[in-house]
Design a protein around this ligand. Structure first.
Ligand SMILES: Nc1ncnc2c1ncn2[C@@H]1O[C@H](COP(=O)(O)OP(=O)(O)O)[C@@H](O)[C@H]1O
Ligand SMILES: [Mg+2]
Length: 389
């Protein structure tokens, strides 16, 4: 047998470089909103492709913009967050060509020794970074450079503060950041936040929803059928296993909700199985087998469950019961959901919570208020976890 060539899959870490599949519609919407002066949030469940898109935009920004991306998950307090953003502004401006004079001024103002992509060296003693960030952005308006900061995992920071008894601090952060966006003076600054837990829900618990409603949501969802097929072709280019039109359709039918992650997982698993069986053709049978293996062995599906336990408190039990019922019956009407909510005393919140499940990518609602799982993977995972036969 010829030497086996596996497909060029990325399954887990963000897709970068030649592994990135263009998500032109999302990128286009992003730039349209930035140009309208809006601040943006990419909020979607894990492994939908947020980080990949942000890294792509950071690397290839449109003319006149300079971007900087950081995962801020480890931030533990309000001062730390503002210090981090302060540094990000400097590191970002440092990447651009037009901010040199301004940077030189700021560098002497703060006695900064060095700015590199990884850090800024200077004496931080006694600085109030909330105040300093405002004045930094104020002075940046004189610069002909537009800075875009990507703060990945932002809702996680807010939620961690909330669950660690620091809800007031979390609320202060939301208010201060809103003030920063709303002053209207910082025209050449855009803030982008992203994260995998439901920000709306976290915010609802500690502050008024209007602390975030001005940040425009850019949705990251599934690929179109045509794009999904193009992704299969791209990833399997030169590989031993090739997908004809019928087999690509069969794979996508099995995947249901065409997230690049699920498609790549399937390509990977089918490849492993085919090598084991010394099979050189893709068949319907091997596609089904790969799907079953992923449900059984893929630990990442567990994230979808854990995420609910981390985000919700008293509501978790109700939401899980809804998902179990949905997994079992395939479809659930709003009346049935109201019945589940009743013993939890959540009947008044039930529609809002169902909206959260839809916004977070678990369920979809049709025109008749019937809910079902977005992804067959998730439904099969819930069935298996709760032994629904
Ligand atoms: N644009 C893309 N091109 C190719 N694969 C992608 C793309 N976006 C996401 N993926 C797939 O999804 C996985 C997770 O992507 P990532 O950007 O880390 O998602 P998120 O930040 O939403 O958790 C990647 O490992 C890859 O399998
Ligand atoms: Mg991510």
């Amino acid at each position: 047998m010829k030497e086996w060539v596996s497909p060029n899959t990325t399954t887990g870490s963000p897709a970068v470089g030649s592994n990135y599949f263009d998500r032109k519609d999302i990128e286009k919407e992003f730039w349209r909103r930035v140009k309208c002066g809006e601040h943006i949030r990419f909020l979607a469940p894990r492994r939908v492709g947020k980080t990949s898109i942000m890294k792509r935009i950071t690397k290839y920004p449109e003319e006149g913009y300079v971007c900087f991306y950081e995962n801020i998950q480890s931030v533990k307090s309000m001062p730390e967050l503002f210090e981090r953003i302060f540094e990000m502004v400097l590191k970002c401006a440092n990447k651009g060509a037009k901010a040199k004079t301004w940077l030189a001024k700021v560098t002497s103002q703060f006695s900064i020794k060095e700015i590199t992509a990884t850090g800024v060296k200077f004496d931080r003693q006694g600085l109030d970074f909330v105040k300093e960030l405002f004045s930094l952005l104020e002075s940046m308006t004189e610069v002909d450079e537009h800075v875009i900061l990507f703060l990945d995992e932002f809702p996680e920071v807010i939620n961690k503060l909330r669950t660690n008894g620091k809800a007031e601090e979390a609320k202060d952060i939301l208010h201060k950041l809103r003030e920063l966006r709303q002053t209207g003076r910082f025209e050449n600054f855009t803030m982008v936040i992203a994260g995998s837990i439901g920000l709306e829900f976290v915010v609802k618990k500690i502050a008024r929803p209007n602390t975030i409603t001005d940040i425009k949501a850019v949705r990251v969802g599934a690929l179109s059928h045509t794009d999904a097929k193009a992704l299969i072709q791209k990833v399997t280019k030169g590989a031993s296993l090739q997908y004809n039109d019928a087999m690509a359709d069969a794979l996508l039918a099995k995947v249901g909700y065409a997230l690049p992650y699920y498609i790549q997982l399937m390509l990977d698993e089918i490849d492993t199985l085919a090598q084991k069986k010394e099979q050189t053709k893709v068949t319907k049978k091997i596609i089904d087998e790969a799907f079953e293996n992923i449900i059984r062995y893929n630990r990442n599906l567990e994230d979808w469950y854990t995420r609910l336990t981390e985000t919700y408190d008293g509501e978790f039990k109700f939401l899980n019961e809804v998902l179990i019922a949905c997994a079992k019956h395939n479809k659930l009407a709003i009346q049935q959901i109201a019945d589940i909510a009743l013993p939890h005393n959540l009947d008044a919140d039930c529609v809002g919570l169902m909206d959260d499940l839809c916004n977070d990518g678990y369920l979809i609602e049709d025109d008749n208020h019937i809910y079902s799982f977005v992804s067959p993977f998730l439904q099969a995972y819930w069935k298996r976890k709760f032994r629904i036969l």
